[in-house]
Design a protein around this ligand. Structure first.
Ligand SMILES: [Zn+2]
Ligand SMILES: [Zn+2]
Length: 258
């Protein structure tokens, strides 16, 4: 190899490592629905030998058709959607859940501590961070308005706690309570062979320009619990993490997130 070829080789190595990395973050058990502001997910399970679906989060109140369209685009009937797991009671995560339940008959699952907020159509904002929002009237305004947007009242069907298995519903997965952003904030840990996939709501997101994940730093019902949940997630060390906002990332990125 001459020195002249070196940059080209470097480019090739970079390309190969980037594509290998992206490949590792893909799986055939999680379909990511990019709903613009937030993400939702469809995971696959089985019931009596047939594939069934669980929607994880349900976007803003305007996302019903987009979500049901994705189910059909995946080659399923909307009746195959049997469950809707909500990571937390914010309007960008459960906004369309009620309408989707009406259309499909799916049962809505949420952690017991966020059930009242959903039942009453609320989005509890809690405390706005001093570092990122406390001094900013604009952010304060935006969040107050967000919290004030009415969400259809959405009484859940199934209440869950930390560690609850979802096997009884046909999914090789369990609930992990990650409180702080809201008191009931929870994720799902999904087994795919020897790969552990986490869907984590808004505890950690990855939608900023630097392309790096960050633990919740905008608003929380308890900042102490956000910090504890961050450590809990790091200790679990899932191979793949799907955040509520932004791009999927790896455990290596999780471990270096402050
Ligand atoms: Zn949220
Ligand atoms: Zn959110």
């Amino acid at each position: 190899m001459t020195l002249k070829n070196f940059p080209r080789l470097l480019l090739l190595i970079t390309f190969l490592s980037v594509s290998a990395c992206e490949h590792e973050l893909q799986s055939d058990v999680v379909e990511v629905l990019d709903l613009g502001f937030s993400s939702a997910f469809i995971i696959k399970g089985t019931e009596e030998g047939k594939t069934i679906l669980m929607l994880v989060d349900a976007g803003l109140p305007t996302k019903t058709l987009s979500i049901l369209g994705s189910v059909v685009d995946m080659g399923y009937s909307i009746d195959d959607l049997k469950y809707i797991f909500i990571t937390h009671a914010h309007l960008d995560h459960y906004g369309s859940a009620q309408a989707i339940r009406r259309a499909t008959g799916a049962k809505i699952i949420v952690h017991v501590d966020d059930a009242d907020a959903m039942t009453n159509g609320l989005s509890p904002v809690g405390d706005i961070a001093a570092t990122t929002g406390g001094g900013s009237e604009l952010l304060d305004d935006i969040l107050t308005q967000l919290a004030g947007i009415p969400v259809p009242r959405t009484p859940p069907d199934i209440l869950v706690n930390d560690g609850d298995s979802l096997a009884q519903y046909g999914f090789d997965a369990e609930v992990v309570h990650l409180p702080g952003h809201t008191f009931g904030s929870s994720g799902i840990l999904l087994n795919n062979g020897n790969i552990l996939i986490a869907l984590t709501g808004d505890l950690i997101n990855n939608d900023r320009e630097d392309g790096k994940p960050y633990f919740q730093d905008l608003f929380a019902e308890s900042w102490d619990l956000v910090a504890q949940s961050a450590e809990k997630l790091k200790a679990i060390a899932p191979d793949i993490i799907h955040p509520g906002h932004g791009q999927v990332f790896s455990n290596a990125e999780l471990q270096t997130t402050e």
